[in-house]
Design a protein around this ligand. Sequence first.
Ligand code: SF4
Length: 208
Amino acid sequence: MANYGIHAIFSSLQGEGRNVGRPATFIRFSGCNLACQWCDTHKDERMSLTERQIVDKVKEFDNKSVIVTGGEPSIQRDLDVLVRALKDAGMWVALETNGVRAPVCQDLFDYISVSPKANYFSRYMENVMIRKANEVRIVAVTDEIASFCKTMRERISADDYYISPLDTDGRIHYRRALNLLVKVNKNSPDAMPPWSLSIQMHKVIGIR
Ligand code: SF4
């Protein structure tokens, strides 16, 4: 039986993107293949659980949807085994990933959110990155990353593209996100501009 590095399993509402406000159980893995400046994932406590223990814990909550998030789920060696176990338990399973490396079991997921990180631009030029998703969400670390956003839109085929405000030490940088939103939508040939704002609803209303 495989083991997974887990930080937490909990029930909440999806806070971002198209499924905002929908109840789900979150499986939050520990560890990541990137080290973004503002992120404290490396400080996360970690427990080691088998897929059976994870599925049993997920079943304790009254949700049929599961969001596999991190940290970075794709670095879990046996991610496919866990996703299959969750699907066998009747769950709808979504993935949240930084997208640097497409998981081999990508097709098992019902929904994929990719959050590329602008400070790792060169990593997203490699062939192993994810190229297809349901939505792309980019954190506005500065409002000077419009070219990164446009490149990610070219490299990742998705239905929706979002700009999210950065949260540092409890301060949410909305203005930066709005400035970037204007830049990425500027000169769009489409009647409906491609990028929209994704406010992290869970932080605004004070839930996990
Ligand atoms: S990709 Fe996400 S989890 Fe990984 S270091 Fe960056 S913010 Fe943290």
